[in-house]
Design a protein. Structure first.
Length: 84
């Protein structure tokens, strides 16, 4: 694949470097916030899994279905991934 050759001015290169640095800084801040939220998120997931096993969820109007423990997937070893 060939790319179109082009040149950027020094001002544009400087602006790009500044923007990239700011984006990396914002990304690191978001990741840190998500990591700090991890214990709460684990608690929310556990509460949800307990709720759908004991109370169930609505299949249709007033019909509820409980999830059997063997239907619950095991927790993966990897870190919980949040897409943003």
């Amino acid at each position: 694949m060939k790319f179109i050759a082009h040149k950027r001015s020094a001002a544009v290169e400087q602006w790009l470097r500044k923007e990239i640095a700011e984006q990396k800084k914002r990304y690191k801040k978001i990741v840190a916030e998500q990591d700090a939220l991890s214990p709460k998120r684990d608690k929310w997931v556990a509460e949800f899994l307990h709720r759908i096993q004991t109370r169930g969820y609505h299949v249709h109007f007033n019909q509820m279905r409980k999830i059997a423990p063997e239907e619950i997937p095991s927790k993966p070893k990897r870190k919980f991934k949040v897409v943003f």
